[in-house]
Design a protein around this ligand. Structure first.
Ligand code: GH3
Ligand code: MG
Ligand code: MG
Ligand code: MG
Length: 308
């Protein structure tokens, strides 16, 4: 028995046919679901993903061809390998079936050995597709993340801050932003070397990640040792609390680098955009500038502080 455990949807109006095929597939290790016609199958496919579908052609309500067409119209994140089972022979029929979106075509009565090798082909295609998806996801992550810290990069910030502003407008929510810059970071590099500086940046991002709300808040590396934290649905008080908590955590947690213990502090500028500000502050640049002005004031006032 193959250890596939792969879900297959079996669509056929002939109950006996379904029972027989279902047994064969289960014996081969597949997890089988059944539908009695195209319409039933389509409904099932709206909520459940099937990597492989075996469908009969002639069925009441919705036949196999209509099903293949309708199925390919559904928005799908992952590929489904569609096999048409039918007693309709002939080149024209085959072309019609493949044209409708089927990947493969099997003549009834189904030869078990042939079915098994067709399913093997299906699995090869599905494996290929899933490794492609994985690579694409990796490439996407590489393109939006900063390699050193794993924070989102500047490109992501530029692309997603406008979304956050639009979302805040749509739902009439506050949107807060914190700009953070490490104090006298150059000194760490100059005294302990660039690798120590890198370690400090990684150390700080861990503290940030442990402080902000998962799923909702996010952080981007804005420049060398400057980070921007985006806090949706966060008011002025909440934003100040987060910035102050971060400030004190960073101050209290020096970074260990080799045998050294590197004390760090950071300065913070914060800005909160309320629904009443939506006209006055309508661009990401404005929001970033306002936070930057506060950050500058925090530096001027002696560093290791939050200016809101
Ligand atoms: P201030 O308190 O005014 O912010 O002083 P500062 O020394 O932190 O600021 P400055 O902007 O003068 O220095 C930032 C330094 O950050 C200079 C640059 O070499 C360093 N830097 C930028 N990116 C990286 C990086 O990826 N790794 C390391 N180790 N250093 C970096
Ligand atoms: Mg039939
Ligand atoms: Mg700095
Ligand atoms: Mg800086």
């Amino acid at each position: 028995m193959a250890d596939t455990g792969i879900p297959i949807l079996l669509v056929d109006d002939d109950r006996f046919m379904r029972t027989v095929l279902c047994q064969t597939l289960q014996d081969a290790g597949y997890r089988v679901s059944q539908a009695a016609n195209g319409k039933e199958a389509l409904e099932l496919c709206r909520s459940t993903y099937f990597p492989i579908i075996l469908t009969d052609w002639v069925m009441p309500e919705m036949d196999g061809i209509a099903f293949c067409r309708a199925f390919r119209e559904l928005a799908a994140e992952c590929y489904t390998y569609l096999i048409l089972l039918t007693s309709q022979e002939g080149k024209e029929k085959l072309i019609e079936g493949l044209e409708a979106g089927a990947d493969e075509y099997l003549i009834k009565p189904v030869n078990e050995a042939e079915l098994m090798v067709r399913l093997k082909t299906a699995r090869r295609i599905l494996d290929l597709e899933s490794s492609l998806q994985k690579s694409l996801e990796e490439i996407k992550q590489l393109s939006i993340r900063d390699a050193l810290t794993g924070a989102f990069n500047r490109g992501y910030l530029d692309q997603h801050l406008p979304h956050e502003i639009r979302r805040a407008d749509r739902y009439l929510r506050d949107l807060s932003l914190i700009m953070m810059d490490l104090d006298h970071f150059k000194k760490i590099n100059d005294t302990w070397g660039h690798q120590a500086g890198d370690a400090v940046l990684q150390h700080c991002i861990r503290i940030i990640a442990g402080t902000i709300r998962h799923e909702v808040d996010w952080v981007a590396r804005y420049g060398g040792e400057e980070f921007v934290l985006v806090l949706p649905e966060t008011d002025r008080t909440g934003c100040r609390v987060v910035a102050e908590r971060l400030r004190s955590l960073i101050e209290a947690a020096p970074c260990s680098f080799r045998s050294a213990t590197l004390g760090i502090t950071a300065s913070f500028g914060t800005v909160t955009r309320t629904p009443a500000d939506s006209r006055a502050i309508n661009s990401p640049d404005q929001l970033l500038n306002l936070a930057d002005q506060c950050l500058y004031a925090a530096k001027q006032a002696g560093r290791n502080r939050v200016v809101a």
